[in-house]
Design a binder for this molecule. Structure first.
Ligand code: UAG
Ligand code: ATP
Length: 497
């Protein structure tokens, strides 16, 4: 593609020859190749402008930057005001604006994004609409699955993935849109047909993320300034602020009166091997009974919005109900069929908000004892650890404190911060730093009627320890130790990592 065509819409300045040909775009000098356009991005840890020469040395001659670069004369530099925004526009140009060939749905909110995108995919595909998803669990479409670095990837990866999805016959893409993704322009220039708001509470506030809650909220609200229809949780205390600047049509879902999509008659169901919820969903096209394979009130919200999206795309209520009765999401309130006399749940809850949500939900099922195994990630706020531990101490009968992803921190110092929270809330607990040993302890202590929650790892198949990614699959370990406890000989073969 001609460099000047690629730059169309960026508002660039620079005296560029009209016959320069660009092969691809790249924003990391370490993977730059001859023919690539190197886009200099100012980052959190470094500034891409400082790596322009490295990209030149690897053969790049075409550059996009926010300020003049000191490079040999054969380099062509297009100057733009905001290089991340320019990357979004150029990526769209490079891949031929694939969003125009898809129905694009964006899901934002503090909790529930991954769950909701998977539920929407289940509902749409049950109605024959081939759908791709992009989010924390990676990219999924058809038989294709790959991981992403970010919940909302960089604009180049998004546009490239959209194009792959179109080629694979997808009609729709449902993606998680993080506040960081909105703030850093990763979804700039995409007009979403539907935007979904799940809920909002303080999170992602810190030196490399948002400066305060107002900033976090401002960027979440951005989705409703670039979509046609907003499906928003009317029961969330922050819905007014999120929608105040909306430019789209707004439709509410929730449990309160006035919601177009409303859940009522909620009944929590716990049966052997099953933990779920029944409810009636009122919609503009009629009322439908639902049984969800996922527990708790928050699952009703997640399901309602999936039904609403489905209805807007022509999926009937019985089809949506059938899909939701079977939908299971790896690592999100996932039931592990391991010990027949109690309920074992694997969940990604890794901060105070989601711990509170999942534990309160599980309490409502009246377990004999609610036992929770969890750790806290390293290299992040110390307050988060104590807060999580306090919440667990208040809501559980017993806690097993262990390691999550300690990262570059000493696991013992993370555990000591968690123990402070435990002590303040007078919780009963044991500390077992090695997570595999802690899993064994939890499995061995389980009794009839207990609910065991393994929190934090969810779908992850590794632990980050001292900068290393160590294989670790909690689901497999639970099954392994359960099989040992039940005297099943095949247990030896089931451990992964
Ligand atoms: C803190 C932050 O926002 N980091 C994001 C950022 O990377 P960065 O700012 O650290 O990049 P940098 O290291 O400062 O480098 C700046 C530029 O120089 C380039 N570079 C650097 C070194 C070199 O040798 N050569 C070179 O060209 C880099 O490729 C980059 O273009 O830009 C990268 C590319 O887009 C992102 O992958 C990366 O996300 C990191 C992994 C991250 O953790 N981000 C968090 C804050 C985030 O975005 N989280 C949300 C989740 C929120 C939720 O769950 O709700 C998300 O959407 O993932
Ligand atoms: N609607 C909801 N409200 C509150 N909590 C929820 C909701 N849906 C799911 N959860 C809880 O939060 C956890 C994380 O859910 P999910 O991964 O879907 O959210 P997310 O927004 O993608 O989160 P993250 O940004 O941490 O990846 C779940 O495992 C569950 O315990």
């Amino acid at each position: 593609m001609l460099f000047c065509e690629l730059l169309q819409g960026t508002g660039y300045a620079g005296d560029l020859s009209s016959d320069l040909v660009a092969q691809d775009l790249v924003y990391d000098s370490r993977i730059a190749e001859p023919g690539d356009v190197f886009v200099c991005l100012p980052g959190a840890a470094a500034d891409g402008h400082a790596y322009a020469k490295a990209a030149y040395d690897r053969g790049c001659r075409l550059f996009v930057a926010e300020r003049p670069l000191s490079l040999p004369e054969d380099a062509a530099v297009a100057l733009v005001k905001n290089s991340r925004a320019a990357l979004a526009v150029m990526s769209r140009n490079l891949f031929g604006d694939p969003a125009k060939e898809l129905t694009v749905i964006g899901v934002t909110g503090t909790k529930g994004k991954t769950t909701v995108t998977h539920l929407i995919k289940s509902v749409l595909e049950a109605g024959g609409v081939k759908t791709g998803i992009i989010g924390t669990n990676g990219v999924h479409f058809g038989e294709i699955h790959y991981k992403t670095v970010n919940t909302t990837p960089e604009s180049y990866e998004i546009q490239k993935t959209f194009r792959e999805m179109v080629k694979a016959g997808c009609e729709c893409v449902c993606m998680e849109v993080s506040s960081q993704g909105l703030m850093t322009g990763r979804v700039a220039g995409i007009q979403f047909q539907i935007g979904v708001f799940t809920n909002l509470s303080p999170d992602h506030i810190g030196p490399t993320e948002h400066k305060d809650f107002a900033d976090y909220m401002h960027w979440k609200a951005q989705l409703f300034r670039q979509c046609d229809l907003g499906l928003v949780n009317f029961d969330d205390p922050h819905v007014k602020e999120i929608t105040a600047s909306a430019t789209c049509e707004l439709i509410g879902y929730g449990l309160s009166e006035g919601c177009a999509y409303r859940g009522r008659d909620i009944r929590l169901v716990r049966e052997p091997g099953f933990l779920g919820v029944d409810f009636a969903g009122e919609t503009p096209l009629g009322t439908q009974g639902f049984r969800l394979n996922q527990p708790g009130r928050f699952s009703v919200y997640n399901a309602l919005v999936a039904v609403a999206v489905g209805q807007h795309l022509g999926i009937s209520l019985p089809t949506a109900a059938r899909a939701l009765s079977k939908a299971a999401i790896p690592g999100r309130v996932e039931l592990v069929d391991a010990l027949p006399f109690c309920t074992v749940v694997l969940d990604f809850a890794h901060n105070e908000v989601s711990m509170h949500a999942i534990l309160e939900t599980l309490r409502e099922y009246h377990p004999k004892r609610l036992i929770c195994l969890f750790g806290s990630v390293g290299d992040r706020s110390q307050l988060r650890r104590a807060a999580m531990a306090q919440t667990a101490a208040r809501l559980c009968d017993y806690c097993i404190l262990t390691s999550d992803n300690p990262g570059n921190e000493d696991p013992m110092s993370i555990l000591s911060d968690m123990e402070k929270g435990m002590g303040e809330a007078k919780g009963r607990y044991v500390t077992i730093p090695d997570r595999a040993a802690a899993v064994k302890y939890a499995v061995d202590m389980a009794e009839e009627g207990d609910i065991l929650l393994f929190a934090g790892k969810g779908h992850e198949d590794y632990q980050l320890i001292h900068g290393q990614r160590v294989p670790f699959c909690e689901r497999e370990l639970i099954r392994h130790y359960a099989a040992l406890r039940l005297g099943q000989p095949e247990a030896e073969d089931t451990v992964a990592g």
